[in-house]
Design a protein around this ligand. Structure first.
Ligand code: HEM
Length: 444
């Protein structure tokens, strides 16, 4: 048999491979690999071979060019099993059909209708904020984005369930703090983390199923995504979606549609708080464009600097800091052999800090986006929303939401990080701040 031509990489332990390092500090381990070995690296996940690819062309190779040779890895099947077979986790023809079905709810003209609601919910939250008080901004952003996604896509007021959902999500994230849980522990083993995961799923089910049941009983067509799902009929046999399928899609949209945006906003407030020059420029724009009134959809194209602040925050702190795929067949990637069954990791955290594409990559500088930088970059140098056929369906929704919420909040309050507050990364499925984000609110 000819010898395989494998990419370079660090030497791991005999059985464990690089499991201890990647469990302890995945971002640190991947960053070190990129520094030491470059664009394509072979490492070992326990006994299983895994690659990390860092060059935009190679990321494009996996996400677009060789798209058909890759499916989502066991991070999605095990780590995200609470989502069942929803849009984020499904594959093949089933995924394609569901994507086609749900896409209209995310068309530009449709989502512009959500803008007013997004601002109204934000203003409702701000009414409870008091000058001089300290709040955990991460929690505040999580509740706000959750309420928004539930109202816009499912037409439900979820305020009473926010705490339950947050507790359940905590357990899901904790499970995913360790990559070994995603890859090596079968879901049926009664380990403490599997049991916690199971309880979290039951808690979320108890919230999601009644939402579906109530809508079915009411028979109302409110024109939202839930109505679209309920009305959908299979092209071949005319069958409706089962309750389980509906549950999986609703759960996916509710969780994928708020956690990421909340993290994006939390890191943004953290960065702005430490950069008074950015804050001043943001205020200047808000004063010129809004002059004290609430932002609307019509203001979006004028809130250019606000958009740049959002983009730059997601460059440095990408809410999805890494993604992974499983190779279906033997092939070649970046000139190296890749065997079927190999997991390939790509990391927004690493790519977004690559000095070949971003000058002074560690510096928070929203102005770098001013001159159409995005157009000049290779497609996968900056990809907070992923790319290719599996591009985030909520990209336009999330960008609009982030810009409107930042404008509405920054206009009324200054957010200052509490002195000595320990800001630490929790790189789980998403990039969360480990201890939340305690900030002082000052009314403007
Ligand atoms: C700043 C906010 C957001 C970020 C950074 C983000 C990021 C991502 C990324 C990176 C993926 C691709 C995952 C992969 O290929 O492995 C993805 C997929 C997805 N996102 Fe988002 N997302 C955001 C907001 C949203 C919102 C608001 C929604 C829904 C309302 C949403 C729903 C989804 C869904 C359903 C998928 C799976 C799409 C598919 O595979 O067809 N996301 N997101």
């Amino acid at each position: 048999m000819p010898r395989l031509n494998l990419p370079p990489g660090p030497k791991g332990l005999l059985l464990l491979g690089h499991l201890p390092q990647v469990n302890r500090d995945p971002i640190g381990f991947f960053s070190q690999c990129a520094r030491d070995y470059g664009d394509i690296i072979c490492w070992r996940f326990g006994p299983f071979p895994a690659y990390l690819v860092n060059h935009p062309n190679l990321v494009e190779e996996v996400m677009v060019i060789q798209y058909r040779n890759f499916v989502k890895s066991s991070v999605y099947r095990r780590g995200l099993r609470v989502l069942g077979n929803g849009l984020l986790t499904s594959e093949g023809k089933f995924w394609q059909r569901q994507r086609r079905l749900e896409q209209p709810a995310f068309h530009q003209e449709r989502i512009t209708g959500y803008a007013q609601l997004m601002v109204a919910y934000t203003n409702r939250l701000l009414e409870h904020w008091q000058d001089g008080s300290v709040r955990d901004i991460h929690q505040e952003m999580m509740s706000l984005t959750l309420e928004i996604v539930a109202k816009t896509l499912l037409d439900v007021d979820i305020a009473n369930d926010v705490t339950g959902i947050q507790t359940a999500l905590e357990a899901v994230m904790k499970f995913n703090d360790h990559l070994s849980n995603q890859y090596l522990i079968p879901p049926w083993l009664p380990t403490p983390s599997n049991l916690r995961y199971q309880r979290a799923t039951e808690l979320l089910d108890a919230i999601v199923y009644p939402i579906i049941d109530q809508r079915k009983t009411s028979g109302k067509d409110t024109g939202d995504l839930l109505s679209m799902l309920l009305q959908a009929r299979d092209e071949t046999d005319g069958a409706q979606m089962t309750n389980q399928q509906l549950r999986d899609e609703v759960m996916t949209l509710m969780l994928a549609g708020h956690e990421t945006t909340a993290n994006a906003l939390t890191w943004l407030w953290f960065l702005v708080s430490g950069h008074p020059e950015v804050e001043a420029k943001l205020q200047e724009e808000l004063k010129t464009v809004l002059n004290g009134r609430s932002p609307t959809i019509a203001d979006l194209h004028q809130l250019r600097y606000t958009e740049q602040v959002v983009m730059e925050s997601m460059r440095l702190y990408p809410p999805v800091w890494g993604m992974s795929r499983l190779a279906l067949q033997d092939s070649v990637l970046g000139g190296y052999d890749i065997k079927a069954g190999t997991t390939v990791f790509v990391s927004q955290w690493i790519s977004h800090r690559d000095p070949r594409f971003f000058a002074q990559p560690e510096v928070f500088n929203p102005d770098r986006w001013a001159d159409n930088l995005l157009k000049r970059l290779p497609a996968f140098a900056y990809f907070p929303f992923g790319g290719g056929p599996r591009l985030c369906i909520g990209k336009a929704f999330a960008m609009m939401e982030a810009i409107l919420l930042v404008a509405a909040i920054a206009q009324q309050f200054r957010l200052t990080l509490q002195p000595d507050f320990p800001v630490e990364l929790q790189p789980s499925l998403t990039l969360r701040p480990k201890h939340g984000m305690k900030m002082l609110l000052t009314r403007r």
